[in-house]
Design a protein. Structure first.
Length: 336
């Protein structure tokens, strides 16, 4: 395969780091962008970035995607073939005082990425969406064709807006775009604010964990390597002008959206049990009511994605949790 140059935004983030590393290991030239914000421990982002910068075919720019002028300078200089946009203000539980970050990063920032892709005639823009767009109205398993117009958080609203923004650019400018609705990603180098990491941290140190909805909330936990495998494969499958899996097959808009999940949701109680087994420690649990922004269930229908890229790599949750715990202990031993 001929070397190409790919932009990965959010390269020091969880999924962005793994995606950039996989591309680098395949021999591709990768340019990473990240603003290195302090939403969670910057040391974790710096450690990820150090591994990427050890690769000779990696170039990094520390800039926010909401800075249009700086973003376009990078596009002008680097001459990308493909863009993978994984930069975003993540999380559904930010306080209202922080809501502006969803707007600046997820809306203004994504608008800048879209426009630079248009100007520089990018061959394929792949971008992160989220299972949160479904809200509590969709019947599991969630299908891409299901209504996604009742977001339960501002984060979810911005992710659905991203899909509509991408569609408009695809329609107006024939920019090939693919949105990937990720379902609860976990694994080594994961985010400390997410359940797998947060619960591990607290169980290991003997602190109580807060479990919502009596632990019966279910999530389609998806191992990060499986997510990256899907990203890498879908990059090679840009939508053509006659294909659009959300509307009539007669559409000329080169836009598509897929779910990326395991298709095997488990309850939070089951997750806690798996963590207890891997850590060989019992959790101290404090049950709390389910917050309004939290969905009761996520469950991905992945038939559309598998029809495009073949059977999706699917790591068993038991194996994924064991691998995460091994990484967690090694990382914190070094950091400690």
């Amino acid at each position: 395969m001929m070397p190409t140059k790919t932009l990965v935004t959010g390269a020091a983030g969880f999924i962005g780091f793994h995606t950039a590393l996989r591309l680098l290991e395949q021999g591709e030239d990768v340019v990473g962008i990240d603003n290195m914000n302090a939403y969670y421990d910057v040391k974790l982002k710096e450690a990820r970035l150090a591994l990427l910068e050890a690769k000779p075919n990696f170039t990094f720019y520390c800039i926010p995607i909401d800075d249009h002028a700086e973003i376009d300078k990078v596009f002008e200089k680097e001459n990308f073939v493909t863009v993978i946009n994984l930069a975003a203000q993540v999380g559904v539980r930010s306080p209202p005082s922080e809501y502006h970050r969803y707007v600046t990063s997820n809306l203004v920032g994504f608008s800048n990425i879209l426009d630079s892709c248009r100007i520089h005639k990018i061959q394929h823009l792949v971008y992160a969406s989220s299972s949160s767009v479904y809200g509590d109205l969709a019947e599991p398993p969630f299908k891409v064709e299901d209504a996604a117009d009742r977001p339960q958080s501002l984060y979810a609203a911005t992710k659905r807006a991203n899909e509509l923004m991408a569609y408009s650019y695809s329609h107006q400018y024939q920019l090939p775009t693919t949105g990937l609705r990720f379902f609860t990603v976990y694994g080594p180098w994961g985010r400390p604010d997410m359940a797998v990491y947060s619960f591990t941290d607290k169980i290991e140190s003997g602190q109580p964990i807060e479990v919502y909805g009596e632990g019966e909330i279910t999530r389609d936990f998806t191992y990060v390597d499986d997510i990256v495998e899907a990203i890498i494969k879908i990059v090679e499958k840009p939508p053509h002008s006659q294909i659009n899996n959300l509307r009539s097959m007669n559409s000329k808009t080169p836009s598509q959206i897929f779910n990326v999940g395991s298709g095997r949701p488990i309850s939070v109680n089951r997750l806690v049990s798996l963590l207890e087994d891997s850590l060989d420690k019992k959790a101290v649990i404090r049950f709390r009511p389910r917050p309004a922004e939290d969905m009761q269930i996520t469950h991905a229908d992945i038939q559309g994605l598998e029809s495009m890229i073949g059977p999706l790599q699917s790591t068993q949750i038991e194996d994924g949790i064991a691998q995460f715990v091994t990484w967690y202990r090694a990382y914190h031993l070094i950091e400690g």
